[in-house]
Design a binder for this molecule. Sequence first.
Ligand code: FAD
Length: 501
Amino acid sequence: MGHPLNVTSRLERRTLLRGAIAVAAASASPWRTATAAPAVDNAGGKIALTDAHIADLQKSIKGKVILPSSPDYNEERRVWSPAFDRKPALIVKVTSTKDVQAAVQFARTHDILTAVRCGGHSYAGYSMVDNGMVIDLKPLNGVTVDPKKRIARVAGGALLGNLDRATAPHKLATTAGVVSHTGVGGLATGGGQGRLARKFGLTIDNNLGVEMVLADGSIVRANPRENPDLYWAVRGGGGNFGIVTDFEFQLHEYDGIITSLSYAFPAEKAKDLMKLFGEMSAKAPPELTMNASLRTSDRGETTCSISGTFLGTKQAGETAFAALASLGVPTGNRIDEMDYVKLQSIADGSLHSERFGFGKYSYFRQLDPKLVDTVLDYVTRAKTPRTSFSLGMQGGAIAQVKEDATAFADRDGIYQCSVATNWAAGEDPAAGQRHVRELWAMIDPMGTGGFYINELYDETEERIRKTFRGNYARLVDIKTKVDPTNFFHLNPNIKPKPRPL
Ligand SMILES: Cc1cc2nc3c(=O)[nH]c(=O)nc-3n(C[C@H](O)[C@H](O)[C@H](O)COP(=O)(O)OP(=O)(O)OC[C@H]3O[C@@H](n4cnc5c(N)ncnc54)[C@H](O)[C@@H]3O)c2cc1C
């Protein structure tokens, strides 16, 4: 009898040989593998992925595995923010729920650090990793509309533009954010604010049910009848609980007529403008959504503005903004009635941002004069270039939902405030970042203590806990049940309970 190797095929021998080379290389330097880039596990330890592992993964999916050696690697690893120029070991482009399942199982088998990517717009860079694996949902982007039932089925990798463009021909819509290349996956698990939110609620409020792949690779449905706890958690708890491969959204009748308005004034008008914004927003109908902001330009000049949209004709929009006449003649203004889908992509610019950014966010129940005075005093003294303070509105249908009806708790945070800065490559961001942190530290104590998890740059675990208020304990219980090892942790993380020893 000969050696067992004598009866193996040439292909098997090649595979065995390749495996042996990879093992030898891995033992010489655990970073070296035949084709895959250095990979890391969830504890930061090094993993040697071999050609055979990658081939097995490729065989198990209909989508494509992208490696550092692939010609499209550099394009595929680009996300919206230039701050996250990261180099994953592999990107798995999935085309079905089964592909997502296979990718999760592969990641679990090898314990690879794994990110989930839809539109790639995470401000914190959660959807791209160095040396880990990215489950890229982008090819999974179909949207189907049932106009009779007024329901849209939206795949977990779709972008907002896919959703808006599919529903508009039926004179139907649901709430989506204001830049069309943002991903439904991230937006609709964390919240979903947009021009229709005061009228129809947050995107999560229109979620009728989901299909998900959990951390153990199982495929489940979550809706009011099946896995209701999971359904509750995935409406506001972000990507903590699994990968949504399919959303069902409630649609609303909407003729698509919208008027966009913006009025700029010199900085001297800022106090009056903020006061007026408070008065107008307090009695605004749900069709009206407004922002008030103070911006300091590259040259340190501060201007203030009110902008917004009215779901209706130009004439109705002008009437809604008529009170602004009391501020005198604006230094600039724009009023455009247009089609909703067109407006939804008007701020798209390029798919990838050229500029770096940093911001802090808070919610406020009211527009306290002390808040306005603090902001005006700081901004006029500091004159920090390229910084902004901005107040947006929630309220309307968002506030009609109870704090514990979904994971998203800040229902009474009528005003959403952001303090932000941006800079180009090569510019020094230090002054802008200091401005953001100092001003935010002065005003945040006047707020609800929460922030919008989809607008997170860097936040502590304590602040994430605070933002979920009384919902946090239930979220921890659900997380412990569906993801006890915290496999999905590249997100505003809700940690599972430690496992008993
Ligand atoms: C230019 C720009 C405009 C924005 N405008 C708005 C706006 O108008 N309204 C608003 O509410 N927010 C807005 N945001 C914030 C936005 O909601 C978040 O950045 C959100 O995370 C983006 O989703 P994404 O799929 O593009 O992000 P990605 O970076 O792809 O994903 C972020 C995280 O979401 C989770 N995730 C993504 N897909 C899934 C899925 N299918 N299942 C489970 N988890 C998933 C994962 O944890 C992932 O790490 C904007 C952001 C940017 C950069």
